[in-house]
Write a protein that binds this ligand. Sequence first.
Ligand code: WT7
Length: 649
Amino acid sequence: MTENIYPVPQEFKSTAHVDAAKYEELYKASISDPEGFWREQGQRLDWIKPFTKVKDTSFAPGNIDIKWYEDGTLNVSANCIDRHLETRGDQTAIIWEPDDPEDEAQHITYAELHRRTCRMANILEDLGVRKGDRVVIYLPMVPEAAYAMLACARIGAIHSIVFAGFSPDALAARINGCDAKLLITADHAPRGGRKTPLKANADAALLHCKDTVKCLVVKRTGDQTTWIDGRDYDYNELAMEADDYSKPVEMDAEDPLFILYTSGSTGQPKGVVHTTGGYLVYAAMTHEITFDYHDGDIYWCTADVGWVTGHSYIVYGPLANGATTLMFEGVPTYPDAGRFWAVCEKHKVNQFYTAPTAIRALMGQGVEWVNRYDLSDLKLLGTVGEPINPEAWAWYNDNVGKGRCPIVDTWWQTETGGHMMTPLPGAHDTKPGAAMKPFFGVKPVVLDPHTGQEIDGNGVEGVLCIADSWPGQMRTVWGDHERFEKTYFADYKGYYFAGDGCRRDADGDYWITGRVDDVINVSGHRMGTAEVESALVAHPKVAEAAVVGYPHAVKGQGIYCYVTLMNDVDPSDELYKELRTWVRTEIGPIASPDLIQWAPGLPKTRSGKIMRRILRKIAENDYGSLGDTSTLADPSVVDDLIENRMNKG
Ligand code: WT7
């Protein structure tokens, strides 16, 4: 193997929490004695009633049951705020950088975070929210999003955040999916100089929900919105009156903390459930160790709180560690392509964590945008969400990190709660594009996709599974434990199946090779092709649709749709536009089709099954390896599809 290897920078080795020797020692211990290892890590948190049991987990068919620290009690909000008050009440907990750089940034101290969260908690209680109730949060990247999450945690309510880019339909489905009592939204969401009408979206969504669902509205822009008395409540007004103290509710370690919907290969998105104790131990530990976070550092994760990255690495992990975490409302290219670096300079950011798609987009704008700013405070860079191509890695390393900053390429999922594989910055040399090593307590295995047998040794490739539980693991699918088992534990019995393929190279380092199911990764956002298909076929002019991913220079993967129209409908440019808008309205802008090909017929087997393998190859412009098409009901459809492939992408 002739990979580029980037050694651990010298200055990192001496100060890092974990060096190579310590990794080896602790990793071995975490695998040979998970009980002992996680008992000690459990001490990261303040428990109301200390746990005595550590791990009680089963991946056995018919009995998927995952419990960590099950007899302990605690409160997440108290762990993220109250316990820091004495030592760091005046320290900044959250730096908020607004969309418009001309507007003032906010520095919210731990003391202020405590007041704000308590007030929000009291408002929620006044609105009738109780322990175990569900609250849907549909907010822009404003501090109130963090207050809302922590306030839910404080009173034991379960939050479910819906990304502010999702459509009213998607929002309604998620409100109804968990039978939420309350929706928290804002008037508008400023982003990249434009405003998304969140309250109007919320109004549209609530038409499809129970009348009893209340709506708490944060005034972000102050613009006019419709208002329904008795249903809508003004957060800003209520917060002025609310009491500054709310007592954290004692929660069991296995009480749910949040639900987060994510896409799978079939049907509707599923509600991933994370619980209180194990999740927070794992988020806190990975935040400290992967980013080598030290007291006083300024840490910035550019994700949105609508995704799991925002949950674990903007809010819960950093705050549990008493860190200073930066929350950014805007986008990387507004007002110009230097924004990320301007914010790094302005707030003296030490650890910077973003997605490959953002790096690729900025790379295309030219390095002069980076060079305008002083990035000398940066110590570490991270990436997440999709495989990073070596060119983007090198650009990030050379121009942003100036060759001084280790890059942690963190592989994980909504389901895993926190990092599963990543190089540790003080311990592991890095290879562009490799997730390198398992985190403590994580036991990755490479399986043969056909036999389900473990493939031992190095220089091997297969599907990626995890052999045993870790504390951050999801516990169930909301309201559907059977689906939990079917999705993650049925294909390969006794293992957690991640849905990704992977390679273990000659040195024993791990590389993620991408999804092996019908999930695509568009700009780091996970998208079930089935979801886009069902949105398309819901259009009256569409008879049938098949959606696949194809390589896209900036997004990683683009959305390629094969659409068969109803008999009496002719394709047209107008219809092309109409279908794109249709999908955006059904799901949200992130699901916008990149290419639509009119397909008079789709390649099907004689039993009527669409052969997606062939559609993927055509979308990838890779006709040489179409494989056997003789089993198709009508092989000639393939020639037509090839001839009319959209060559714009
Ligand atoms: C899927 C999970 C984890 C937070 C963001 C996405 C892909 C994630 C990497 C990486 C290669 C990656 C996988 C995974 N993925 N990180 N470092 N290298 N692929 O969370 O929406 O749950 O998506 O994202 O395919 O299964 P998610």
